[in-house]
Ligand binder design. Sequence first.
Ligand code: NAP
Length: 290
Amino acid sequence: MKVGFIGLGIMGSRMAANLQKAGYELVVYNRTQSKADALVKQGATRANTPEDVARQCRLVITMLSTPEAVEEVALGHDGFLKALPGNSLWVNCSTVNPSFTIKMAHHAKKMGQRYLDAPVSGTAGPAEKGDLIFLIGGEAADIAQVQELLDVMGKETVHVGAPGQGAGMKMANNMMLAHAMTAFAEALRLGTALGISEEMLCKTLLNGPAAAPYLKLKQPKILEREFSPQFPLEWTHKDLHLASITAYEQNIALPSLQATKELYAQAKQQGLGEEDFTAVYRVYLPNEEK
Ligand code: NAP
């Protein structure tokens, strides 16, 4: 089976590489073409546009940054959706908001195609190891069609429910992720202001019941001030923005989401957007320690 893969950034490049290693024939497209070179060298076919992908495949996976990027690649001038053969399947792994993903599902249906929202939990490391968790909204029969591919790229598939609910679960997950990081950063700042060392704070807090389990993995980044991106801070801010839109659409108040979103906005404003999201800690540090 030929698989079209669009979006070869931090996540997509690793997911596509795992499919390739498992023997799937890939047709790949990335806006910045050089990011496709490694896959092409290993035998993937390079497509010059998203439309060019659709002319060669009946299954397309997208792993793009934002709703705007997804819309452009799917429905823009060279978009792939109009060029797919009827009854093809689009698996959208990008993190986008539920109302947007439902809109994409409707566009796909109108054009005679099938659609799954399939965002992932897990960052660059799990993407590389094939340990992602897929959070899926859509039809069980469509998931069954791609289950073997999902098992190559991930260790678990959660069928959350109807279209949009995979994206909804991802919003909920990333809100917790972002909150946990700023809560930890504030705990560290309070502790160090009182003269307790960062090492002592990390050891005690991260082995206690209040810490989110993933924070232990992030400890070296904090202690060594090594913020090379695994999950770029600008995407954390984007996800909080999308969660905020979702809360507005649902007419619910999520006050601490708004405060947390502004902390990441502040970090972005300070030039930290392309660093790992743990770099939000820098917002709290005195200038001489940033
Ligand atoms: P990334 O490295 O920045 O890659 C983003 C991809 O989107 C690149 O292929 C980029 O192309 C493409 N893109 C952006 N705007 C575009 C446009 N207008 N037209 C065409 N292509 C466009 O991001 P990532 O970390 O892989 O994340 C991808 C998605 O997964 C995001 O929704 C993110 O929130 C989500 N996610 C990320 C992680 C993580 O830990 N990194 C974990 C879970 C989920 P260029 O190469 O040309 O810029």
